[in-house]
Design a protein around this ligand. Sequence first.
Ligand code: NAI
Length: 308
Amino acid sequence: MKVTVVGAGSVGASCAEYVAIKNFASEVVLLDIKEGYAEGKAMDLMQTASLNSFDTKITGSTNDYSKTAGSDVAVITSGIPRKPGMTREELIGINAGIVKEVSSNLIKHSPNVTLIVVSNPMDTMTYLVHKTTGLPKNKIIGMGGALDSARFKYRLAEALEAPISDVDGMVIGGHSDTGMVPLTRLATRNSIPVTAFLSDDRLTQVSEDTKVGGATLTKLLGTSAWYAPGAAVSALVQAIACDQKKIFPCSAYLEGEYGLEDIAIGVPAVIGKDGLEKIVEIELNDAEKTKIKESAEGVKKTNGLLEL
Ligand code: NAI
């Protein structure tokens, strides 16, 4: 399994590190436009190999896509992250051009690649890749829900005073402060609905804290987060590499599912060797249906800013 990560910045390097540490990939290529940067990150990470007991070979490249040839999976993290007070949508002008160019270069050298889109505004960038690359829709996965769900579980565990491994929950909808739909009704602690433990008000607070999870960190860090984003991407890469058939909420191109069309937005999906193998349609109640519809309207508005 050969994995390319474009963008050797905070999220890209974190992703490469988690992929390597989990030891399931033979090779990770880090690529960045900044001269020597990816090579430096790759060398630094390789010098952790004997300490962290992994055999994955990590190499770096300054914009030489021939080094990425034959990649099974490629992660696109290239672009600018948001600064405190910015929304993800404000990044569209710069990131759309980058994502379009990067995805085309990747496919030229790896025609069978599965792309994982991370750059923000992620749902719109995923839509752009669907509209411009001609890859089959199962080969394009937007990463947002895996991260948002991890943040949801963190907040749930905090509210429940429970270990995170006892908690399950999922966030669907757009990957934005206003678009996320944390499914509190379906969240569980050891298979028991969390509604048995937490009041409506506390659950609303958990949802609100989840939705601004990224913004909270951006404020604390001065730039956007990287550990959890990198770990979330690496979980998707592993699900593909090891054909795990795990379900993650991912930004998928919809053609009628959830009553939505011509949009990429977060819905539960089975991830395995063929990429996004199946969209899972779950029964939503009326309130949840309204929220996902409103979320989709927001994503479509941002998509309208694309020059396709
Ligand atoms: P960063 O600034 O640390 O890294 C971005 C890297 O991309 C830089 O090293 C830059 O040189 C490189 N780059 C820019 N243009 C390029 C090009 N044309 N070709 C190759 N490399 C290029 O940013 P960070 O924090 O790693 O975030 C990356 C992106 O991921 C941002 O758009 C951010 O908003 C997004 N993000 C998305 C998340 C999600 O859940 N979908 C979570 C966290 C971040």
